[in-house]
Write a protein that binds this ligand. Sequence first.
Ligand code: FPP
Length: 304
Amino acid sequence: MREKTTNRTYQRSNRANELTPEERAIFDTLDRDRIPQHVAIIMDGNGRWAGKRALKRFLGHQQGAESVQYVVETASRIDLPWLTLYAFSLENNLRRPKNEVSFLMKLLKSYLVSNVQRMNDNNIRMAYIGRTHELPNEVQDTMRWAEEHTAKNTGTTLTLALNYGSRSEIVDATRRILHRMFAEATKRGISLEDMLAAEGVDDAIKSRIDEQQISENLYTASMPDPDLIVRTSGEQRISNFLLWQIAYAEIFVTDRLWPDFRGIHLLEAIQSYQQRERRFGGLGEGSDEDLSDVLPAENEFARL
Ligand code: FPP
């Protein structure tokens, strides 16, 4: 399978000495050469965390924002190059009460403003995926500010998925490919129809729309696909998150609610990941079974 290449220089920090003793104990059991390149997390359970304490939901979100910082700092200490967090889905935007949406927007802004310094101290770079242009202007301004102020960092990239939906990402990628085809025809001074016909319509479309083209037009074009996807609070679903990109990711579901999730739990997820055998649709190691005894002879296929 083709490995996706990213044009980003990642610098290892070798800061494992900054882990807590509990984190360090798990880290020491890990194979350093098999730390995943990219972990994506569906942060769920803020509301339930608050409900269990008879608190308002917004306090669960506030505590959830604290977890974000703990987890990304541990990620940076173990040299995890890419961490992507599902912070606000398109569905959250459309289906949650207006006051909850506006609280989440304020929380995001204040999270960014208060943590950019810490991001820089930890060499963390901020990035975003999603239809972020639909977010309130002042939120977009703060996002841009945080991105610019961390752009030179060469450690972990923290990507926040905001106003994100995977199906709409695939729709946006398809639209971009079509726009690019139109632009190409315009540049060549011919109609799209003539441009495609000149190459043979089938071949022309195949060469312009394939898996690589779709990958390169997703919001995640510059990132490797996630190796591991974590979901908190026990639900066993993907909820429209990175559907294309997680085709071969390992899935780790924990009952722990997101506000209780810390760096040590990220390390536990990675420990579980390292115990899995990734096959990418192939066979596992040592699977060189001789099938000649069980397969029908060639001339018997005709009768099957
Ligand atoms: C699910 O909890 C989580 C979210 C709606 C989004 C995640 C938001 C945060 C972690 C806080 C802000 C993040 C940043 C980056 C500042 P839920 O409300 O669906 O929980 P429930 O299923 O228990 O009700």
